[in-house]
Design a protein around this ligand. Sequence first.
Ligand SMILES: Cc1cc2nc3c(=O)[nH]c(=O)nc-3n(C[C@H](O)[C@H](O)[C@H](O)COP(=O)(O)OP(=O)(O)OC[C@H]3O[C@@H](n4cnc5c(N)ncnc54)[C@H](O)[C@@H]3O)c2cc1C
Length: 529
Amino acid sequence: MEKSVQLKKETIKSNHSGAGEYDMVIIGSGLTGLASGLMWQKNTDNKRTLIIEKNSYPGGYSTSYERDGYIFETTQLFPDIVDILKYLEIEIDLKQFEGNFMRRLVVDGDQVEEYKIPAGTENFKEYLVTTFPDDADKIRSLLDYSVDMFKQVRKLKAHSTTRDKLMIPFQAPKVVANLNRTYSGLLDKFGITNTKLREVMETFTSFSGVPSDRASAIYATGAMLSSMTRCFRPYGYFDEYPAKMAQLFQERGGEIRLGAEVEKIVVENGEAKGVKIKGEDGVIGAGTIITTVDPMLAMRKLVGDEHLPASYVEKLENIIMSVSSINVALGLDDKIDMTTLDLDYPYNVLSTGLGTAEKLFEGYLEGDQAFTDDCFHMAVICPSLTTGAKNTVTLRCTPFALNQWKEWRENDYSKYKQEKEKWGDFFIGLAEKYLIPNLSKHIVVKDISTPATYARYSGSPTGSLYDMASLVTQFGPKRLPMKTPVKNLYQPKFAHGLYGTMMNGVQVVDMLLDRKFNNGNSLFAPNNR
Ligand SMILES: Cc1cc2nc3c(=O)[nH]c(=O)nc-3n(C[C@H](O)[C@H](O)[C@H](O)COP(=O)(O)OP(=O)(O)OC[C@H]3O[C@@H](n4cnc5c(N)ncnc54)[C@H](O)[C@@H]3O)c2cc1C
């Protein structure tokens, strides 16, 4: 079938001058790479900067693609990063979800509970109080505490002086108190025992495919507040966002080289000197290198253990990477009226009840998956309700491990296809049963991504969607630091998601500029605004 639209990502072309030496080389043109490049440009006198990307388009995990005339997307929710967009002068037409943030169905045998979680923290609080009146006081206390804790995160420094460190207990006591607390620990602290209320609250940890008894309380609170305070999506397709960033970066003098895979970060005497591109001789020299690819790939393969201290290698060995996924993208005929199905939310989430996330994560840790008819979790997203394009539905199903998916894809394609179809049918069946009657009768195009797909496109050896898992055991000071043991090599992988990746860019540039741009702050609060 003919292509119906040109995606914005396809309009970005390499503009590598062929130079062999740069002040800054950024590996990867995902959102972290592009945010780092733009922040760097804006706060320096436009030093020679090159972004190197192995794919033929920018954007990494935040992208759109076409299959037989239907446009599908990976990302679906644009959190509240409007101030950063303004700062970088990125113009993108966004739809704000004013009403509900999420429709949540919790299945328990034959019973289905439905919740409609409103956007905005105050609205959310009132909704919970009305839905769970017996827990009203606990809900108010928890949410007020959460908002306060997030405000205290704003006071923290990502790059602290000794004085900053001494001030932390006074400026951010709630952050200190929760540094080692899990999200379920936070719910316990407020005496929240009502199973149904916990199910609703734990929605925010399952965002990252992590169960609440392992998720960092601070991270989950941040994810909740940054996404529900004001949430958006583009009126167009999601690839427009990285494409705009890439275009601005190039217009402002930056170079992007697409279709070039970094094979090696060249290290001499403990110092990063440049990068080697696969299939080419020679090295592109760099004063500073920022790697934005999966840390296991960057540090273990591109740098190599031989250039790293044993303690760092041990830390890498113990890191748990985040989960992978099966995404079922469906193009539907025009006989189905999607507008009547009450699906126009950033997320429709369908899952079984309390304990589901724990069981699914255990399955992932064992290297496989643990989905059954009685244990599932999936998000159902309908981008065409905003874009106005032909009907599309995406079923996002986490967590899956890479397991044999890569092996099947490379060496036993019929098995790969068979497994894909099996899981596709499983998730389509669930969506049909609970959310979209007769869904299977309307399918025109079906495109299923597996953990092997994610591994291939991102370069992540585990097909991980969300970088290092946001577990409490790898949060804050326990996460891999941005400054690597290799001199001049930086790895801003503090957080994931559209919000987190922008913060990655803010923090790494601020570190490189000795806090001259963001004053060392953990969140975006630049000096020169
Ligand atoms: C299916 C899906 C849905 C999501 N939905 C949302 C959402 O709705 N909202 C939200 O906030 N977040 C969402 N996320 C998370 C968000 O998309 C990611 O956290 C974010 O895009 C990661 O950006 P990044 O730049 O850190 O990494 P990546 O996007 O992984 O970018 C890394 C880039 O490096 C390139 N690369 C890798 N190896 C090499 C190499 N050797 N040489 C050169 N280049 C290389 C890759 O090709 C890639 O382009 C979603 C993620 C997925 C996968």
